[in-house]
Design a binder for this molecule. Structure first.
Ligand code: B12
Length: 441
């Protein structure tokens, strides 16, 4: 439970020295309670108080780093629109050590091919969960080593056998894999293995009460690099657990659940599996382990993830500079639009389909759509002329025609007057561009 300002104040030195940058210890305590100050600013705090207060001032969900740039947790809100979500759900593909060598290589190749480009952004799968299902410790270590060698993706090593886990982990410790799972039966050995190798570890127990108890015991071993697994494997139970974790961690600052949470899909049908995973990505899994590694299944999931983990206050934008589509020349049509990614790529896609090499100039409208920008005074003729001049379009084409979106036909007179160019009003929807382009010549 979070400490109040007064509870924090009781543990401060009460010198009112002001060296922390705040005039009194009470004001400093209030700032600490609301997360606006760091305890390190107080030079006189005792070690005992530091131990208590550090945890009070710690973020509600600890950031756990592993593998290649994977960061789990460190979220501060329940709802994205309250501020933003920071660390996109890490997606890992399940790879069993019971696969044959050929099947393993095929799976690895498929995983390596999971790279997508969409609306100017690069998507890829973050990691591989190497799961021991063979019962053979040597085979497990070999498969883990093969996966590690074939890809630089983040690794999760999962085995119920501590000896197998150790054999697979030790040669790969420099890759900082996440390991698991520590359960009530083996937690001392597994947590100590993680601690000795400085890697994070999954703490798994059936249900929230058992998990709270196990986290507390595991922390008593002097380690805190934990990822939680409440053991649920149905969508509804997992969603319920994920919601409880997030609420307790953020609203109540309940420390035993102040860690990221990992989930595992259980549906066998890949389409059902992706639907299950979308629930976990939406609320509130830090990592999801999936079985399918097919591009067609994963792209919608990654698109959803990308949408959820953008800052709602900052629309995705393209660079407001002159873009060319195809092998442009001095006769190429010249389109203008806005720099909101959704708008720009809707237009760019249709221009590309028209097969007529063209120039497109997205105007800097702070990433807003055509009508939003127009209504906010960000798509004004003066601004468009300024952007045209800065882009050097007049030297690139010999015609003097600007094609504008149909929705802002109203600006054509003034734009024509200010620019000296002929303004051609295009269709309202980008879907009309292909047939419209055939009328240009
Ligand atoms: Co608003 N908003 N909004 N808005 N918003 C709407 C645009 C609308 C129409 C709602 C309404 O009243 N019916 C009005 C505009 C009215 C008008 O002028 N006719 C409106 C208003 C008034 C505002 C505000 C001024 C409200 C206020 O504060 N009083 C503010 C202004 C914000 C600011 O910056 N100060 C406002 C705010 C917002 C938020 C909530 C911030 C979001 C903005 C998100 C964003 O733009 N990044 C917002 C949205 C989402 C919308 C909404 C619902 C959808 C806009 C959208 O994203 N469209 C619309 C309503 C609606 O359209 N359903 C209102 C999708 C994109 C892809 O469409 O840019 O127009 P698009 O592009 C298409 C076409 O224009 C065409 O292709 C695209 C696909 O067809 N196209 C073409 C694009 N470029 C080109 C180029 C050429 C050459 C051609 C041929 C075609």
């Amino acid at each position: 439970m979070a400490l109040t300002g007064l509870e924090i104040y009781k543990q401060l030195p009460k010198k009112n020295c002001g060296e922390c940058g705040v005039p009194t210890c009470l004001a400093f305590a209030m700032a600490l309670a609301s997360g606006k100050a760091a305890l390190d600013s107080c030079p006189y705090v005792t070690e005992a108080a530091r131990e208590n207060l550090d945890s009070a001032a710690a973020p509600p969900i600890k950031a756990i780093k592993f593998g290649k740039d994977s960061v789990l947790g460190d979220e501060t809100v329940l709802f994205r629109h309250d501020k933003t979500f920071y660390h996109p759900t890490t997606l890992l593909i399940h790879v069993s050590d019971s696969l044959s060598d050929d099947e393993l290589n095929a799976k690895i190749q498929e995983i390596k091919g999971l790279e997508f480009e969409r609306v100017g952004l690069q998507y890829s799968i973050d990691g591989v969960a190497v799961v021991q299902e063979s019962g053979d410790a040597a085979r497990y270590a070999k498969v883990a080593a093969t996966v590690a060698e074939a890809t630089d993706k983040s690794l999760l090593l999962l085995s119920n056998d501590v000896v197998a886990l150790k054999a697979a982990l030790e040669p790969l410790a420099s890759r900082k894999p996440l390991i698991g799972s520590a359960t009530a039966d083996n937690y001392e050995a597994v947590v100590n293995l993680a601690k000795d190798n400085s890697v994070p570890v999954i703490i798994k127990a059936e249900g929230l009460e058992a998990l709270e108890e196990l986290v507390t015991k595991a922390q008593a071993l002097g380690y805190k690099e934990f990822v939680l697994d409440p053991g649920s494997r149905t969508t509804v139970n997992t969603l319920e657990n994920l919601t409880q974790f997030r609420r307790l961690a953020i609203k109540k600052k309940f420390r035993p659940f102040g860690f990221p949470v990992i989930t595992f899909t259980s549906n066998q049908d890949p389409m059902e599996e992706i639907m299950e995973a979308t629930v976990y990505v939406a609320k509130y899994a830090s990592a999801v382990v999936l079985k399918t590694s097919k591009k067609a299944h994963l792209l919608p999931l990654m698109t959803l993830r990308q949408n959820i983990y953008t800052d709602p206050q900052k629309p995705i934008q393209v660079e407001p500079k002159l873009h060319s589509v195809g092998n442009v020349d001095e006769n190429s049509p010249f389109y203008i639009t806005t720099n909101f990614s959704l708008t720009y790529y809707s237009v760019e896609g249709e221009v590309e389909t028209s097969k007529i090499p063209s120039y497109i100039l997205p105007i800097d409208t702070d990433g807003t759509s055509v009508l939003t920008a127009y209504a906010a005074g960000k798509f004004e003729p003066e601004k468009i002329v300024e952007a045209m001049n800065a882009s050097g379009i007049a030297d690139k084409v010999k015609h003097r025609n600007i094609i504008i979106p149909g929705y802002v036909a109203v600006i054509s007179g003034k734009l024509s007057e200010l620019s000296g160019w002929k303004v051609v009003v295009g269709p309202r929807e980008s879907s009309g561009i292909v047939s419209f382009s055939k009328t240009l010549s």
